[in-house]
Design a protein around this ligand. Sequence first.
Ligand code: GLN
Length: 477
Amino acid sequence: MDILNLKIWELKTLIERKEISSVEITEKVISEIENRDKEIHSYLSVNPRAVQEAEEIDKRIARGEDTGILSGVPVAIKDNICVKGLPATCASKILENFFPPYNATVIDKIKKQGAIIIGKTNMDEFAFGSSTENSAFGPTKNPLDLQRVPGGSSGGSAAAVSANLCFAALGSDTGGSIRQPASFCGVVGLKPTYGRVSRYGLIAFASSLDQIGPITKDVRDTAIMMNVICGRDENDSTSVDVTVPDYTGFLNREVKGLKIGIPDEYFIEGTDRAVKDKIIEVVEKMEDMGMVIKKISLPHTQYGIAVYYILATAEASSNLARFDGVKYGYRTDDYTNLYQMYVNTRGEGFSKEVKRRIILGTFVLSSGYYEAYYLKAQKVRALIKKDFTEAFKEVDVIITPTTPELPFKFGEKTEPLKMYLSDIFTVNVNLAGLPAISIPAGSVGNLPVGLQIITPHFREDRLIEVASFIESYMKGA
Ligand code: GLN
């Protein structure tokens, strides 16, 4: 048995029975990263204290203490989530030497449950992108096909899970950045309801859209991670006090009679035939197994990309104003006055895509254009949200492809607009604040297809219920 192949829940049993120690596992993961990650490049840094932390967990286990749900399990963290004492670069030169002095709430939570933080994963700079090609430190490769991108922006996290270089990872999703890379790397990724998970310690991209969520090898592990990270946090006023159920209680349940909505707008021209066919094949199987399939319409879907790229860049331009060479990270050597220091620090520290978004965001917020762009986009956002509210009066869940295409090759989408269009099936979920999961739905050749399930706000229980049902069907298929 290769322990690196195990799921969290399988590994935990071995640790509990003392058949393996956390130190052994941690050392094995680190040596695997040293060997295989030169090529994949899913990590930006490895935690130098990981083995020491594992030793402490082992000692506590030996004393018979309850060390938590993730006791001794190595978990990888996207490099925009703060872990005290480890770098948090956001894959940007401007934060290259930034070591946050505190933990994000999700980090405190997983550490309290015994997790070992194994390292920080690669991403598109500031989470701007869909391929991890925008990292200032070089791209991550898709472990399933090294010629292809792993998706983004949480490409490092998804690749690390897929390549068994950790047992689970945390990512962030502003417009699809957990679900799309999970889809491209053949793993499970869940974007929680806005407000379900604290954003405290997540370096902000677009504050009204960002959510942290898990990337795992299967749905049970997603349920386990969700049990740990969800809940209201005093430090994040947008986190909501809604009871967190035991999500593992929703695995392997009977879902007969459940109504699935299939939105016309997600099976449009331009979507890869093979992807569409795979999703439809699974949906038809679900019908055979007792679910009720209903065609629905989400009429404002087509405006999603435009609305998202106006609002996300507007918020990003404001959030990134703090990187000025004074408070954090990089400062240029080339200046004689304060203004030049700001300009040159930002000019040298940010990549082209980051500058593009700051300029776009500043433009849509400028007094002359605010009403035409930002305000209009906010209004259309409300309509997109309403589409879902109406649809959920008729159906329990919505199923769509996660992405319109299979994992693409490096350099295939150098034109920004082409790249932006790959988010077409994920951004509206963020605009509406809804939860959604991407699970593997088979493959075309060796390339995986992701199936997206969407539910009403705070119904992650149902998301897990349906995902678990489809997953067990897929295993048997
Ligand atoms: N790909 C989208 C973008 O470039 C979404 C990114 C994300 O979810 N962080 O903005």
